[in-house]
Unconditional design. Structure first.
Length: 380
């Protein structure tokens, strides 16, 4: 029987002592791809008739040329099959990983300057996502921003399990009501530090919306940066959006997570909840049939990833936080929380900022795991 890996836990109050020193290389730096070598066809030059001795010499030279061409061809074929590689930025000197697993999305976050320049752009739709409309939206929001309720508009309850991703038709109906379709540039934002913009972003990404982004900070911070807020509420005509099928590369199911919890394969499970929820304190977090954590999970509270203005920590800091939890992007990682919402923020940090295509959000999270009696639980 395989010996279970010890759980790794990054506490909220002692994280500084657990961090791994980040390295300096730029996260976009990649090792240049090995150039392809195209074999050159060697054509013998026309020569006058030669003596037998010179004919022999010519034959030897021709044979050497053929051998050289064959060698070049074989080398080129091997190089053309070699994957483009990217140097891991977790620590210097580590082995490189395939480029296809490290693809940061530089367009995922839009700046205050970009927002200021596009507030009057009719092709832009700003989604102000939260839970308390009166407190978070009506008192002031970005011009043109549309109120989106986190639970009502980005989650549904099915089979007694709360906060699941809605079906595609349900998301399309919500976007139609809001006046949004796939032709719009969508920007998700919140009034303060919040995981809800990341949840809305993940849902739209899951259904393959082609142009969705997150504001680089909260509306409170944007106001301090000089962008005036308004209490006017926009009205947009209904639309007829057409989204794609769910993208399995950003989603994980309880079956995927169970395999990792049982030590099958090398995937990592990441608990993004609070310390009390991680330890299984009774009543911590949302009410659930059972309290605790998924076996073999590591722990990193999502709140450590974002500052009080809703801005993500710098990439090197993020890498250090994840490294302290035993995660470096080389293996599949399934982040989870109470209902796939806080874990969407951690997924965003890994998948979009650090470019770890191995990250797949566990949408059902503890809301689902705690209700399925066949699934194992750890406490303490």
């Amino acid at each position: 029987m395989e010996r279970p890996r010890p759980a790794r836990h990054v506490t909220t109050h002692r994280v500084a002592a657990r961090l791994v020193r980040p390295t300096k290389p730029d996260r976009h730096a990649t090792r240049p791809a090995t150039p392809r070598v195209r074999p050159r066809t060697v054509r013998p030059a026309a020569t006058p008739p030669a003596s037998p001795r010179s004919s022999v010499a010519a034959a030897v030279v021709a044979a050497a040329v053929v051998a050289a061409v064959g060698l070049v061809t074989r080398v080129a074929a091997r190089r053309s099959r070699a994957p483009t590689t990217s140097v891991s930025s977790t620590t210097q000197g580590e082995a490189s990983m395939p480029d296809q697993t490290v693809r940061p999305n530089p367009d995922a976050i839009v700046s205050a300057e970009w927002l200021r320049a596009h507030l009057d752009d009719p092709s832009v739709r700003i989604l102000h996502v939260g839970l308390d409309r009166a407190k978070e939206y009506e008192g002031g929001h970005l011009p043109g921003a549309i109120w989106v309720h986190g639970y009502d508009d980005t989650t549904v309850e099915r089979g007694g399990i709360r906060a699941l991703v809605p079906f595609r038709e349900e998301v399309e109906a919500t976007l139609a009501r809001l006046g949004v379709d796939e032709s719009h540039t969508v920007v998700c934002v919140a009034g303060g530090k919040s995981m809800w913009p990341h949840r809305a972003y993940w849902v739209l990404k899951y259904y393959r919306h082609p142009n969705v982004h997150i504001a680089d900070r909260s509306t409170a911070a944007l106001e301090r940066a000089g962008i005036a807020l308004t209490t006017d509420e926009p009205r947009f005509a209904p639309t007829t959006p057409h989204l794609g099928e769910g993208d399995p590369t950003v989603y994980s199911s309880w079956e995927d997570v169970l395999a990792a919890a049982e030590g099958k394969g090398d995937a990592t499970i990441l608990d993004c909840r609070t310390d009390d929820e991680w330890h299984g304190v009774e009543g911590a977090g949302h009410e659930a049939p059972r309290y605790g954590r998924i076996p073999r999970a590591t722990h990193l509270n999502w709140e450590l990833l974002v500052d009080d203005d809703g801005r993500f920590q710098p990439p090197d800091r993020l890498r250090s936080l994840y490294a302290a939890a035993g995660i470096d992007g080389r293996r599949e990682v399934f982040p989870y929380c109470g209902g796939g919402i806080r874990s969407a923020a951690s997924w965003f940090a890994m998948h979009e900022i650090l470019g770890w295509q191995t990250a797949r959000n566990y949408d059902g999270s503890w809301a689902e795991w705690s209700r399925l009696p066949q699934l194992p639980v750890e406490r303490g």
